[in-house]
Design a protein. Structure first.
Length: 282
């Protein structure tokens, strides 16, 4: 497990996304996650929706299922799943700006349901869901064992969990840890970046059977080139964005540099993008 030298303070993950709210939506849009390029000819929107489709497949989502979105961001994936599968979706985020944006979409028949709530203290009923997924949210959770235990608890027996995660290489080189992985954790507000074996062990310890692990690194890493170009475009075209990034009081402005580190880490192999499919068998 790669960890920053200094433990993250309480509340910094929510603060990160709250302060960067405007920039995130302008650079990523309402889907604050990677895109999946199968052919390389997809538009960014097609790519992010293609990733959601893959996650739905891995989670075994069927028409009418009860589904939990763990770390839902602006709720775009939850809305897609609700619309595509007529699923009943419950979506949780810890970021007030993201929750407010999701609530403003006026979901039909209260679907999805959006909660401003920490996953580790989610207060959801036991065995209430047929499927659950986490798209790039478990990286921000310090107690990953507790997070997976909660996923096991809220799923019914036979339910599936799909997790997309930024993963550290099993044997990263010292310079990669020092100049890429540890700064990415510190600047990106990740209390720890696990390896494939870390995640598999923690999922199995929580009671899950890990069915498959899919490496999508090559298909998703183009996301960061697009985001870097958009971020630089905002810097030169938008005085407000430029002012934020040049203001020393901006707590999270360093993330522009972090984006470059992530771009490099994917290409050196120091970081991978994996999708875990796990089942609760009992």
């Amino acid at each position: 497990m790669i960890k920053p030298h200094r433990p993250l303070a309480v509340g910094v993950v929510a603060d990160h996304y709250q302060e960067l709210d405007r920039l995130y939506r302008e650079i990523w849009g309402e889907h604050v996650h990677h895109g999946l390029w199968r052919t390389g000819r997809e538009t960014p929107l097609e790519a992010v929706e293609q990733l959601i489709e893959f996650i739905a497949e891995q989670a075994g989502i069927q028409v009418g299922d009860r589904v939990c979105d763990i770390g839902s961001g602006y709720g775009a994936s939850a809305r897609y799943i609700a619309r595509k599968f007529q699923a009943k979706v419950t979506a949780l985020t810890i970021v007030p700006a993201q929750h407010a944006y999701a609530q403003a979409t006026h979901p039909v028949d209260d679907n999805p349901r959006y909660f401003l709530r920490d996953w580790l203290t989610n207060d959801l009923p036991t065995a209430a869901f047929d499927a659950a997924y986490a798209i790039e949210s478990t990286e921000h959770m310090e107690d990953k064992a507790g997070a997976f235990a909660e996923a096991f608890r809220v799923l019914r027996p036979g339910g599936r969990l799909a997790i997309c995660a930024w993963i550290a290489a099993e044997a990263s080189r010292p310079w990669e840890r020092r100049h890429l992985l540890e700064p990415i954790c510190r600047e990106g507000r990740l209390p720890g970046m696990g390896t494939e074996s870390d995640y598999s062990e923690l999922l199995e310890r929580a009671g899950f059977e890990v069915e498959t692990v899919t490496d999508l690194t090559r298909e998703v890493r183009g996301t960061w080139g697009i985001c870097l170009r958009r971020a630089m475009g905002r810097f030169f075209a938008d005085p407000a964005a430029r002012g934020f990034l040049l203001n020393e009081a901006s707590r999270n402005r360093v993330f522009l540099i972090t984006m470059g580190r992530i771009w490099v880490a994917y290409r050196t192999g120091a970081m991978r993008y994996l999708v875990f499919r796990a089942r609760r068998n009992h």
